[in-house]
Design a protein around this ligand. Sequence first.
Ligand SMILES: NC(=O)C1=CN([C@@H]2O[C@H](COP(=O)(O)OP(=O)(O)OC[C@H]3O[C@@H](n4cnc5c(N)ncnc54)[C@H](O)[C@@H]3O)[C@@H](O)[C@H]2O)C=CC1
Ligand SMILES: O=C(O)CCC(=O)C(=O)O
Length: 486
Amino acid sequence: MNTMTESKKTVTLNYINGEWVASDSEQTAVSKNPAKIGEDVGYYQISSSNDFDQAAISARKAQKAWGKLAGSVRGDYLLKAAAILEERIEDVATAMTQEMGKTFAEAKGETARGVAILRYYAGEGMRAIGDVIPSSDSDALMFTTRVPLGVVGVITPWNFPVAIPLWKMAPALIYGNAVVVKPASDTAITCSKVINCLHDAGIPAGVVNMVTGSGAKIGMEMVNHPEIDAITFTGSNTVGKQLAHAAVDRGIKYQLEMGGKNPVIVANDADLDLAADATISGGLKSTGQKCTATSRVIVHKDVYEEFKEKLLTKMKTITVGDGFETGTWMGPCASEGQLETVLSYIEKGKQEGAKLLYGGNQVLKDQGYYVEPTVFENATPSMTIAREEIFGPVLVLLKVETMEEALEMANDSEYGLSASIFTTNIGNMLSFINEMDAGLVRINAESAGVELQAPFGGMKQSSSHSREQGRAAIEFFTSIKTVFVK
Ligand SMILES: NC(=O)C1=CN([C@@H]2O[C@H](COP(=O)(O)OP(=O)(O)OC[C@H]3O[C@@H](n4cnc5c(N)ncnc54)[C@H](O)[C@@H]3O)[C@@H](O)[C@H]2O)C=CC1
Ligand SMILES: O=C(O)CCC(=O)C(=O)O
């Protein structure tokens, strides 16, 4: 059981060496429902250094035998976990909607994606892990193989509390690593339900561990711990950079997926209904809390007014509310802190002279942390709302004279995660594919929408220039060994 009952409270436990255990700090914190002020979802452990130490040591011990299993045997555990997660979709998605506010439909979709991730990486256990390379010595055999890194520390955010832990843990595990995961506190309960699926699948004790608590404490201990051989992180740039410095100091491998300020270009030959729908879906689904969310909408002057009208008409139909209620299209911000951040960016946009076209207000104040879908125009590329990641349902319209200017503006960002263009012109498409500095470029499709079997990651400040997901994950979670036999 991943929980215990204490004074009528449901308390989520840490998972260390195959057992659900309370922290020796004897302290817990509450996970709150952002859709209902005052409703507690449950409690999680505020872990101590000793808890983390135990988890890391257990992982080290377990990794030795785990790494020696055949890939197909490791894959069988992932397949079992996938089947269990699939049976528990409603329960896991319920916890997700309660903890971070995503609509129940989105939460079920994400959990189903988690199932697919486990199945995809189970298959990786049977695929090639090396090449035979002709040696200059004709009597020798030379080839590459791949070995696990050892114990991988996994630090995850709250915005995809099932998919992100799984797209990091599943490849780590299939390639023979053990893991210690520290989930975001806001979604610790959801993550514990995912870990419970691996536990119920019978994964050997110590191969998977979860320790909840403060990022500043447990996260930093993780990167500095001698039993941790690599760190994979998704979250803010500030934290990512701190982790990178610490990882470099220790000489361990690290992988960071961080922010985005993702542009959409709407050309004068675009299908404007498609562009407006995709801008809304890409920018406002999950209340804009995706690193791939559309944020800057760069529109050619010839179609600017028509596109704007279509966008506004569609935006006005968006219903904001509790993600469990039928008819809700957009849930609350994930936490009070996140709501405050979004409102402060909206305020800054107004102060710096952008025109608020629609939204901008906190709504349903007495119920939860809700904000209206919001769009600005008359913004300049140097304004804060056009430069910084907002991580909320805020779009910024920018008008351009030419396609060259559009591409230049799209690239004028410290980030380079994802980008879209809406056009019917092959020349525009090709220029965008070749010249857009982003890890994910999408033509006539929204900027969000990552496929688990394809590489995912950003350019510039959006990532550590590595890629996760798909076959690309093997590059981070293994080391190449070149073997020469004579
Ligand atoms: N790229 C993405 O998908 C995400 C981006 N963000 C961005 O970050 C902003 C703030 O969100 P937060 O949840 O506060 O992100 P964060 O970067 O603080 O948290 C992400 C994870 O890192 C952990 N963490 C926090 N401080 C740490 C430290 N010093 N050392 C090691 N681990 C640490 C957290 O506990 C959590 O598990 C958002 O508004 C958004 O702009 C947040 C979440 C996901
Ligand atoms: O767009 C997606 O599906 C994934 C987004 C993501 O990785 C993130 O927000 O951290």
